[in-house]
Design a protein. Structure first.
Length: 344
């Protein structure tokens, strides 16, 4: 039967399919709109299945705030070009909205949530994969809650490749957003040193000291003094006994230098603070509260928040592709293989 342009337009609007796919579906189903939609869905699932083993490491984050609930999501595509596609961007934003409102407990539960069109998120991703032409996948989400007295800091950076939500008590929305901006830039993994694994701290401290060792080899070549190694990496390791011993050592050092004991009280706090700084390098790298605050580099995040009677309750930070092993294509080898195949 003859298919009209109006029918093709209607099917495209309902399914998101391309012009030729919509026209073929209508021809195959004798113009039955519902059957054509079902046919496109089945073909879309088949196409999606063929693309399921591809690596999708590009994409966008989405952030959405719904009253006292907020969600940050990561949605992946195979190429950065597709991440700029309007349909893809809309899908990312709708995913964040649906999750903030639906409050699922897992990715599997999230995929069963209904979108504005009536499809589930799972169906929306199948359709997107079919119509956009490359693998589109919903990777992860974080759902955060706050009280009426707390503030959300919602922030996206680098065109949406990084998405952050923080929950701040005290201060205001502007402060919460600034904290999220810091989190986006400085990449903390956890809130405080209390969340770091003991073995992780030891491993990271070993890496830091190895870098110092390599630096000292270079310094020795130009007759520069060697840098000291760090004995500890986290505040979790600095017991009261260790801190007391450090204070005793500082006083012994001042005595050896001939500094009058009456001025020790003015010197010791600064040197003790330096000891704490030198022996919490792992905290400074991986914990939000120990990092130097980008809005005021004279203070750590924790010290700044204390100065304005505020504190961070929790945060979530997603960066697109973080932890995904990307495929590396050897273009020269690919061309050689294709040439060899063509010559057979």
């Amino acid at each position: 039967m003859a298919v009209t342009a109006a029918q093709v337009k209607e099917l495209r609007e309902k399914s998101g399919a391309g012009v030729m796919d919509a026209k073929k579906a209508l021809v195959e189903t004798d113009g039955d709109m519902e059957k054509a939609i079902e046919l496109l869905r089945e073909k879309g699932m088949a196409k999606a299945a063929k693309k399921s083993d591809r690596v999708a490491a590009e994409g966008l984050t989405g952030v959405y705030v719904d009253g006292n609930s907020a969600a940050v999501v990561e949605v992946n595509s195979e190429t950065d070009f597709v991440a700029k596609n309007e349909q893809f961007v809309n899908l990312v934003n709708e995913t964040a909205k649906v999750i903030a409102e639906g409050k699922p407990g897992s990715v599997e539960e999230a995929l069963e949530l209904k979108t504005a069109s009536g499809d589930t998120l799972a169906e929306a991703y199948v359709n997107a994969t079919a119509t956009i032409g490359e693998k589109i996948s919903f990777r992860r989400f974080a759902l955060l809650e706050k009280t009426d007295d707390q503030h959300f800091g919602a922030y996206q950076h680098n065109g949406g490749r990084i998405g952050v939500i923080s929950v701040v008590e005290g201060g205001d929305d502007a402060l919460a957003k600034q904290i999220s901006m810091h989190i986006a830039a400085m990449k903390p993994n956890v809130l405080s040193y209390k969340e770091l694994d003991e073995q992780f701290v030891k491993d990271e401290l070993a890496k830091i000291n190895h870098e110092i060792e390599q630096d000292n080899e270079s310094r020795a070549m130009v007759n520069k003094p060697a840098l000291p190694f760090h004995e500890y990496g986290s505040k979790a390791e600095l017991t009261d006994e260790i801190i007391a011993k450090a204070e005793e050592d500082i006083k012994a050092e001042l005595a050896a230098e001939g500094k009058p004991e009456k001025i020790w009280d003015k010197i010791v706090p600064g040197k003790l603070a330096r000891f704490m700084l030198d022996n919490t390098k792992v905290d400074q790298e991986y914990t939000l509260l120990a990092q130097v605050y980008i809005m005021d580099d004279s203070k750590t995040v924790e010290a700044y928040l204390d100065s304005v009677n505020a504190k961070v309750i929790e945060f979530a930070r997603f960066e697109v592709g973080d932890g995904i092993e990307k495929a590396v294509n050897d273009f020269a080898a690919e061309v050689a293989a294709q040439t060899a195949a063509a010559s057979k």
